[in-house]
Design a protein around this ligand. Structure first.
Ligand code: CTP
Length: 415
């Protein structure tokens, strides 16, 4: 990260979610980011520019021919501004502004800057479900993504109409975290991170296994985010149909015993150990060489043996095979109730430095792929995050890893 303050152009377009952009601007400022707001005409219908000017301390751009002097200094127009920003963040991004970005319009300060900039562009779409699902919007989305525009959200939730559906803007803290991840790509450089992910397969005989429904998506998302942020990533992956991120060192395993052995083998290079795997707690006592016959007396009752706890074993590894315990050990706790209490219990019981608890089951009530998590560490208040998509949760988890490693988040450090 360069020494100078990172600079974000926050574009506010016409959506009821524009009021939440005020919080986005405030959180970015708190994280040490210089924020210049540009509003489309639609945006100004929902929130007055004065609100943003008061929050950011800078005049808001509303006219493409306007030359403003952000934070003093020489007055600049959109071309110069386009070279100075480190990120253009459009939050909320209405269906209309997405369409205008696709078309390459430049008739307001936001779209004019987007057309001129070489900085990354990120959008946080917000609109009614019907508009979001419309083929025109979906085509525009695909086009923008293909051009490299990053997209955060939207999520399922209550919409302006009062109905629930897809199209609600991601929460401000989720958007800010995603923006900071772009602004600070290398904050994990030099760290060795090992992640377990996916289910395990515990064989009963050559054709049958004991397993669970885990896909490994969370661990894969963390691996991807950690690699982008500069870490040396090893992913110990149980059987899954998902493709691991390119460039990550992947070790494929099937059983809990193999997962533990693979984790122990890489201990010397592991500073941070993250256990997301849904390890089967038990395995069939006997893995038979031949297929168990229906008529066999043992077919009626399955004798089980306890599997090793990969997480607890790694966190208690003192000098196992000459390698010290990783400095930071992170566990996950999927709970159906009392998330914080259960996560704190797991923190102590499994000797972790951080436990990420999440509510699962029908109670969770979020749309597909969205989760709400709670980070629990010793002697600190719990930190809640979400509902958010797994990729955003991954960034949050890595921020919390940094927080427990050196006692503060990048935001708190204002890095
Ligand atoms: N874990 C592991 N090896 C196991 C079991 C769990 O590494 N054999 C790790 C998971 O990857 C996750 C955490 O431990 O990080 C989750 O623990 P979990 O199995 O859900 O909790 P339990 O210890 O089984 O407690 P309980 O069933 O009481 O919730």
């Amino acid at each position: 990260m360069s020494e100078r303050m990172p600079s974000v152009l926050l574009g506010v377009s016409g959506s009821i979610a524009a009021y939440k952009a005020v919080e986005v601007a405030r959180l970015l400022g708190k994280a040490g980011v210089r924020v210049q707001v540009a509003m489309t005409r639609g945006g100004t219908e929902f929130v007055r520019p004065l609100t943003f000017a008061a929050i950011t301390g800078r005049e808001v751009l509303t006219d493409v021919f306007q030359v403003a002097s952000p934070g003093g200094g020489a007055e600049i127009g959109h071309v110069e501004r386009a070279h100075q920003v480190d990120l253009v963040l459009v939050a909320p991004a209405s269906a209309n502004v997405m369409a205008r970005m696709v078309a390459g319009m430049a008739d307001d300060p936001l779209t004019a800057t987007i057309l001129s900039t070489r900085a990354p562009v990120m959008i946080a779409p917000a609109m009614e479900s019907g508009m979001w699902m419309h083929p025109a919007t979906q085509d525009n989305l695909a086009c923008l993504e293909e051009r490299g525009v990053k997209v955060v959200g939207p999520v399922t939730g209550e919409l302006a109409s009062g109905r629930a559906g897809m199209g609600r803007m991601a929460e401000p803290d989720v958007i800010v975290r995603a923006a900071l991840a772009i602004l600070r790509p290398g904050d994990l450089t030099g760290l060795g991170i090992t992640i377990t992910a996916g289910p395990t397969w515990e064989p009963l005989d050559p054709v049958r296994i004991l397993t669970n429904r885990s896909t490994g998506a969370m661990g894969i998302a963390i691996a991807q985010a950690a690699q982008r942020r500069g870490a040396q990533v090893r992913l110990i992956l149980g059987p899954t149909h998902l493709t691991p991120p390119p460039g990550v060192d992947v070790r494929r395993v099937e059983t809990a015993a193999e997962m533990l052995a693979a984790a122990q083998a890489v201990l010397p290079g592991t500073d941070v150990f993250v256990a997301t795997a849904a390890v089967s707690d038990f395995r069939p006592q006997q893995a038979r060489d031949q297929k168990l016959k229906r008529s066999a007396p043992e077919a009626q009752t399955l004798a089980l043996a306890e599997n090793p706890d990969v997480l607890a074993t790694i966190s208690s590894a003192l000098r196992a095979r000459g390698a010290a315990r990783p400095a930071t050990v992170v566990g996950f706790a999927a709970e159906t109730e009392a998330v914080e209490d259960n996560a704190r219990d797991k923190l102590v019981r499994k000797g972790c430095d951080l436990v990420i608890g999440n509510l699962v089951g029908p109670e969770a009530g979020f749309g597909a792929g969205q989760t709400r998590v709670l980070a629990v560490a010793r002697d600190r208040p719990a930190v809640a995050f979400g509902p958010a998509l797994k990729g955003d949760v991954a960034e949050f988890v890595l921020d919390q890893v940094l927080r427990v490693r050196d006692g503060s988040t990048p935001e708190e450090r204002g890095a």
